[in-house]
Design a protein around this ligand. Structure first.
Ligand code: G3H
Ligand code: 13P
Ligand code: ZN
Length: 328
């Protein structure tokens, strides 16, 4: 059944677990997530980004998620819009039937330029007003996402857009978070705590506390009723990098957020954990390996089936590690 983010995360908070929010663009990702959820009895958050809407089209995404709900009726599903850059975009998603939207007012409408605090408050407050009038949940974002190691906002190509930032600039301020929540009424808040988007988060194997766990604790203490969201939570599995490179890929050395560190964050208030890159890596590795080992095969279902199998394995591992399993 389709439920709101607030409903799902209230349950997660009560029972102390986190829910991975996987990005979906195609049938294979959708199936992998749902089959993994069924096998582990987990609730599901599927999110569609602007890139997904450009690739598949909003109606296809919507109907794909509705199809998943029809085929897996026992699984609670949140249909979430990832990184909305304006109230108009969020409004369109609500119209389409999304049960949750993210208004990312930490950036201007171009999705790149860091925005002023007052702008963020204004656009987010407007979205909350619309959304709550029709039972839709809202995720806001406060802070500048970026790797504490490199001081850069993660970008798909490994080059930060915002340039080098100081340690403190890269973490969400707990007092500002309290003010933001009071002024906007968001259900969930994406915070900057040391993660960044994409595959290039850390250049060295992350040891110890790569995340600012103390900052997560401090934010959670100030806004205990607002669910914290961790973006850029892919772990960048080293075995998938090796497979991709073994079969013709060229991905340089890079590291993600260890699953145990995310589990630590979940202990202190993180409830929604955004993952896209890990499924991309597994899917690309599965296709490269299959085609290299089966050079005469040309039925796309054969190699796409491999992507479902490998993405599903990652989903199952995350459902188990985050305590999501058993809570559908
Ligand atoms: O936040 C970014 C997500 O990984 C989605 O990226 O816009 O390329 O689909 P995308
Ligand atoms: P990753 O790039 O780490 O998978 O993060 C995805 C994300 O935060 C989507 O909003
Ligand atoms: Zn994100």
């Amino acid at each position: 059944a389709l439920i709101s983010l607030r409903q799902m995360l209230d349950h997660a908070a009560e029972y102390g677990y986190g829910v991975p929010a996987f990005n979906v663009n195609n049938l294979e990702q959708t199936r992998a997530i749902m089959e993994a959820a069924r096998e582990t009895n987990s609730p599901v958050i599927m999110q569609a980004s602007a890139g997904a809407r450009k690739y598949a089209g909003a109606p296809f995404l919507r109907h794909m998620i509705l199809a998943a709900i029809e085929e897996f009726p026992e699984i609670p599903v949140v249909m979430h819009q990832d990184h909305g850059t304006s109230p108009a975009i969020c409004q369109r998603s609500m119209q389409l039937g999304f049960s949750s939207v993210m208004m990312d007012g930490s950036l201007l409408e171009d999705g790149k330029t860091p925005a002023e605090y007052d702008y963020n408050v204004d656009v987010t407050r407007r979205v909350v007003e619309m959304a709550h009038a029709c039972g839709v949940s809202v995720e806001g974002e406060l802070g500048c996402l970026g790797s504490l190691e490199t001081g850069q906002a993660g970008e798909e190509d490994g080059v930060g857009a915002a340039g080098i930032l100081s340690h403190d600039q890269m973490l969400t301020d707990p007092e500002e978070a309290a003010d933001f929540v009071a002024k906007t009424g968001v259900d969930a808040l994406a915070i900057a705590c040391g993660t960044s988007h994409g595959a290039y988060k850390f250049t060295r194997p992350p040891t110890g506390d790569i995340l600012a766990i103390d900052r997560i604790k401090a934010i959670h203490a100030r806004i205990p009723d607002t669910h914290l969201v961790m973006h850029g939570s892919s772990s960048v599995p080293q075995d998938w990098l090796a497979i991709i490179n073994e079969f013709g890929g060229e991905i340089p050395e890079t590291y993600g957020v260890p699953v145990e560190q995310i589990a630590e964050g979940i202990k202190y208030g993180v409830r929604k954990v955004n993952i896209d890159t890990d499924l991309r890596l597994a899917s690309t590795g599965a296709i490269r390996r299959f085609l290299a080992q089966n050079p005469s095969e040309f039925d796309p279902r054969k190699y796409l089936q491999e992507t479902i199998k490998e993405m599903k394995a990652i989903c199952i591992a995350r459902y188990e590690a985050f305590g999501t399993a058993g809570n559908a």
